[in-house]
Design a binder for this molecule. Sequence first.
Ligand code: FES
Length: 153
Amino acid sequence: MSNIMEIIKKYPREKRYTLAMLQDVQKHFNYIPRQALEMISEYVNTPLSNLYSMATFYKALSLKPKGKYVIKVCDGTACHIRSSMVLIDEIYNILKIRPGETTEDGMFSLETVNCLGSCAIAPVMVVNDKYYGKVSPAMVREIIKEYGGEKNE
Ligand code: FES
């Protein structure tokens, strides 16, 4: 995968750039392929196990491919009080995915996050970079439709 090498080579061969490399790989592929871990491991001369630890520790990094659309439902305190869990249930009803999962067609992934800094409009849901506030279960359905989900209903 020459793309991976191009990404990695933008950085000096030093361990302190490891996270930046992983973030760039994540951004490019939407996940971190195993091959990238192996190449970074060799490039900065650090054990593969350290890279696995980093990739599993940071929520923004994923070892599994994520969907084209990543849905984040805030479950911080303000959103939780305003029934964010009901939104998660509704997403399950529509897409059959739980937090941490991706639909079989690779279109949607679901994650929960802590406070997105928009508590005034809780409960908050984000699709890729687009924010939706005061979301109701009915709105969840509409939002998912916007992205091409639930076409056949
Ligand atoms: S708790 Fe959800 S935006 Fe703050």
